[in-house]
Write a protein that binds this ligand. Structure first.
Ligand SMILES: [Zn+2]
Length: 675
């Protein structure tokens, strides 16, 4: 198993003297046991353990019966079940991890936890003769195994329940073969059914092109390779007019790969047993009208190293994915665009009289432009390009203060709600704008109020001002409106799970903390907050950095660390690089990092691993090297460490982490100049 785990266990060295006392006569174990700080004489018939039908060879410390329950040496038994076992001397906790499940038992306590949820056992784990002994039934069952006890033979039989493989799990050639034999069986059905089946097949044919993509994608030998291969590079078309063929190249035969379904305009391909050796995380493709960029990343799942390649598309196109002839590469071919005639829909409502708009406008305004693309009945609403503002003729008075704004920047929308129903003055409908900032504005009425809903290209802030003749809804960069802006980033997301460990995925933990943090930040006026994502989506790292530069003053990115497969490293560290723009008297990345580290370590009680900065490791991180505003990455704790993972899987600790980051932001807001 794992050497480092074993090393941990070595702290509970068995006392040789104690073990010399074991005597087994006629299957009777007779020995002296040290527990509860006392010596006890133990005499009982020998117990045999079988795991999936195989007898576990006897160990220096045998299974024992205490308080009518069988306790077994944790490591010997559960490692044989494919679990990892670790002992923390300090906290007197034993960790048993099997795949995604982690059980934590504390010596002499009847309550244990499975993946953070408590359960009760009849007997506690015990340190006996300096060996960690745990109740066999409770722990085995918690790990999804069955346990049977035969009183006559004194055999404890532990059996794993083998779950049938899900059909959409890793596909390989074997499964393809099965599918072929399935269709052979279909041929044997009687005639009546055959008619139906043929019908089905016809429909299926259409689907097959879609399904095929995935089955083609499951190429390769299907064998588990001895060594991980490297995914070395991706070739892209030379220019836009070339055939749109993208080739992913690996150092050796690809054993397995799979296309992952994604909701977004992207193609996600996982290559198994493969190390990512592509140098850039995000390849920008300037020679394609189809692919915007190609993101590559590496993650581990059930100890399999997977390289994930994500093609981010400009629109949905038909495509095929194939393994190349040498099986050491994957080729993605693009065909024609799907849904090519969507554009026509938007123009159908064009029966409007645009001539209305200028007549009521008595001003000799030079800037005001009425938009000819108006597909609506808007009146007295103009876009004034010099001001970057929507001008509303002042025909009914309202207080600009009474305008409510709803900033839905995540969905690229911003809404200004005027206090009355002004449909008779402004009408309703959508005006296309085509400016750098705005796509369109839609005027609508609801519940006696008038809403101006902006479709935005990026993120803007809006203000309302007025002069004698007009109200203006001004389009501003947020920095023109807010003094202090923090951009919060939940690391990874969507098709990029980040690291994983102990059943937890980084992207889930980071968003859990950021959602809580964002909630808290809504209640302060000291800072304006934007988040790079609030759900399970994946903005490219360059987009996150650009967002911070464009509209933010400080960038805080929340991540989880990992030292897979080494479970020992644990604790918190904060990363940054010194920016050229760092000057004294103004907030720097180091200031932000120092405060965050202090508060997160205090709140979570984690090991302080310090600030990590200005080495090549940090300098290669896009969110640090492409930002010009102070920017930090909080590596909250290690998912690969059972104790750390246990903490952060608990909502209480997620809440503590969110509070610590919130407190840090307020501390920074109170004590530093942000610009
Ligand atoms: Zn990360």
């Amino acid at each position: 198993m794992n050497r480092k785990w074993n090393k941990l266990l070595c702290t509970t060295l068995v006392s040789v003297l104690l073990l010399e006392n074991i005597q087994v006569y006629a299957n009777v174990v007779k020995m002296r046991l040290l527990y509860d700080e006392k010596m006890h004489n133990y005499e009982a018939e020998n117990i045999t353990i079988t795991i999936n039908g195989t007898v576990l060879p006897p160990e220096d410390m045998p299974p024992i019966v205490l308080y009518d329950r069988t306790l077994v040496p944790a490591r010997a038994v559960f490692e044989a079940l494919g679990a990892e076992v670790a002992w923390n001397e300090l906290s007197q906790e034993v960790y048993v991890r099997k795949q995604d499940d982690i059980i934590v038992l504390k010596a002499d306590q009847n309550t244990a936890t499975k993946n953070g949820t408590a359960f009760t056992m009849d007997v506690p784990a015990k340190v006996v003769n300096e060996r960690t002994m745990i109740p066999v039934r409770a722990v085995s069952e918690a790990l999804g195994c069955t346990v049977a006890w035969d009183e006559n033979t004194r055999v404890v039989a532990i059996d794993e329940i083998i779950e049938p493989q899900k059909p959409d799990e890793i596909m390989d050639n074997k499964q393809n073969d099965n599918e072929n034999s399935d269709s052979e069986n279909d041929d044997n059905t009687d005639n009546e059914n055959n008619d139906n089946e043929n019908d089905d097949n016809e429909h299926d044919d259409n689907k097959i092109t879609e399904v095929d993509k995935k089955e083609y994608a499951s190429g390769g030998t299907g064998n588990i390779p001895k060594k991980n291969i490297g995914v070395t590079h991706i070739d892209i078309p030379q220019n836009k007019n070339d055939k749109q063929i993208f080739s992913i190249t690996a150092s050796d035969e690809i054993a397995k790969f799979q296309e992952i379904e994604s909701d977004n305009d992207e193609i996600v391909i996982d290559i198994y047993y493969a190390q990512k050796e592509i140098l850039t995380d995000d390849i920008e493709v300037e020679t394609s009208d189809i692919v915007n960029d190609i993101v590559s990343l590496q993650y581990d799942e059930h100890d399999i190293t997977i390289t994930r390649i994500i093609f981010k598309l400009k629109a949905q196109y038909q495509y095929d994915i194939e393994l190349n002839d040498d099986e050491n590469g994957i080729v993605v071919y693009f065909g024609k665009k799907e849904n090519d005639n969507t554009n026509n829909n938007t123009n159908t409502n064009n029966n409007t009289n645009n001539n209305n708009t200028n007549t009521s406008n008595n001003n000799t305004n030079t800037n005001i432009t009425t938009n000819t693309n108006q597909t609506n009945n808007l009146k007295n609403v103009y876009y004034e390009s010099a001001r970057k503002a929507i001008a509303l003729s002042k025909m009914e008075l309202f207080a600009a203060d009474n305008v409510i704004s709803i900033d839905d920047y995540i969905n690229k929308k911003y809404q200004m709600i005027l206090p009355g129903d002004y449909s008779n003055i402004y009408g309703s409908g959508t005006m296309a704008l085509h400016t750098d900032e705005l796509v369109s504005v839609t005027v609508s009425q609801e519940e006696g109020k008038t809403a101006f809903t902006f479709e935005q290209n990026g993120i803007n802030a809006f203000t309302v001002t007025e002069d004698a003749n007009y109200y203006y809804i001004n389009v501003k960069n947020p920095k023109e409106v807010y003094d202090k802006i923090v951009v919060i980033d939940a690391g990874h997301g969507g098709s990029d799970p980040g690291t994983s460990g102990n059943g937890l995925k980084e992207k889930d933990m980071t968003i859990a903390i950021v959602q809580k943090l964002y909630q808290k930040l809504q209640n302060t006026t000291k800072v304006k907050t934007y988040v790079t994502r609030i759900g399970d989506t994946y903005p490219a790292n360059i987009e996150r950095a650009t967002m911070a530069n464009d509209i933010g003053d400080v960038f805080i990115s929340v991540h989880m660390n990992s030292a897979n497969p080494n479970p020992t490293p644990n604790g918190t560290e904060v990363l940054f690089i010194t920016h050229e723009t760092d000057v004294t008297g103004k907030l720097t990345s180091k200031d932000v990092a120092t405060i965050l580290l202090k508060n997160v370590v205090n709140a979570l009680g984690t090991n302080n691993r310090g600030l990590k900065y200005d080495t090549s490791e940090q300098k290669n991180l896009i969110v640090l090297n492409k930002t010009v505003v102070p920017a930090v990455i909080v590596e909250t704790l290690f998912l690969s460490n059972p104790g750390d993972a246990l903490k952060i899987s608990n909502e209480l600790y997620q809440e503590k982490a969110a509070q610590a980051i919130y407190d840090s932001i307020i501390e920074i807001a109170d004590n530093y100049n942000w610009r």
